[in-house]
Ligand binder design. Structure first.
Ligand SMILES: [Fe+2]
Length: 207
C-alpha cells in the first residue's frame, strides 16, 4: 500500500462531524452580525451541497463543500456594520472593505488543517471564470471547483433575499442570472447542475 493510499485512508477515517458542527456554530455567530443575511450561509451550504451531489461528488468531498460554504463569508466579521447595512451605493473605501472579505476569511482559516481546501475555497468564492471577480481576478481552471459551486449558490441565495438597498428577486430572476452568465461568469457544469436543482424544487431556502 502506497504512502498516498495510507494518507487517504487516514484522512477519510476521521470523524467529520465536529468539523461540520464547528463550521455551523461559526456561521451562526457571523450571521448574528447581519440580520439581513440571517440563514444566508446555511442556504448557500444547502444549495452548494445539492449542486455538488449533481456533479457526483463523493460523501467526503460533499462535507468539504458544506464546510467551505458555511464559512464562505466569515471574513465579513471585520466589515463595519454601517457598510454591510448601507441602503445605498458604496463608495470606493467601503467597497474595498467588501472586496477584502475573502482574503480575511482565508487568513482566519488557513491555520486550520482541514482535510479539504476550505481556506482556498473561501478565498476564491467571489472569483468568476472570465476573470471579472475578486480579489485576484482568477480565471477558469485557476479557480477551485468548490469555489465555483459556492459562487453560484451564493448568487442565487443573495438575489432571492431582501437587502436594505433592494427587494428580494423572484427565483426565476436568479435562474436567469445563472443561465445568462453560464460559461461567462459561472462554470457551465456548475450552472447546469444548479439550474437542475432549482427546477426540481428540491432546494428549500430558510428565511
Ligand atoms: Fe462573500
Amino acid at each position: 500500500m502506497s504512502d498516498n493510499h495510507d494518507r487517504g485512508l487516514e484522512v477519510r477515517d476521521v470523524d467529520v462531524r465536529p468539523y461540520v458542527q464547528l463550521a455551523t456554530v461559526i456561521s451562526k455567530i457571523v450571521s448574528r452580525k447581519d440580520p439581513y443575511t440571517h440563514s444566508h450561509s446555511e442556504n448557500v451550504a444547502s444549495l452548494a451541497v445539492m449542486i455538488a451531489q449533481k456533479l457526483e461528488f463523493d460523501e467526503f468531498r460533499l462535507v468539504g463543500v458544506r464546510i467551505a460554504a458555511l464559512l464562505h463569508d466569515i471574513g465579513k466579521i471585520i466589515v463595519p456594520a454601517e457598510i454591510l447595512f448601507k441602503p445605498s451605493c458604496l463608495n470606493d473605501m467601503e467597497w474595498q472593505f467588501i472586496r477584502i472579505h475573502p482574503v480575511t476569511g482565508y487568513d482566519f482559516l488557513s491555520d486550520v488543517d482541514f482535510p479539504w481546501p476550505v481556506a482556498k475555497a473561501v478565498l476564491q468564492h467571489h472569483e468568476r471564470i472570465d476573470g471579472s471577480g475578486y480579489p485576484y481576478g482568477l480565471k477558469g481552471d485557476e479557480i477551485l471547483l468548490c469555489s465555483k459551486i459556492i459562487a453560484v449558490a451564493d448568487v442565487v441565495d443573495a438575489m432571492t433575499s431582501f437587502r436594505p438597498y433592494r427587494p428580494a428577486f423572484p427565483l426565476e430572476v436568479a435562474m436567469d442570472e445563472i443561465r445568462n452568465n453560464r460559461g461567462i461568469k459561472y462554470d457551465c457544469d456548475v450552472a447546469d447542475a444548479c439550474l437542475a436543482v432549482l427546477r426540481s424544487g428540491a432546494w428549500k431556502k430558510l428565511s
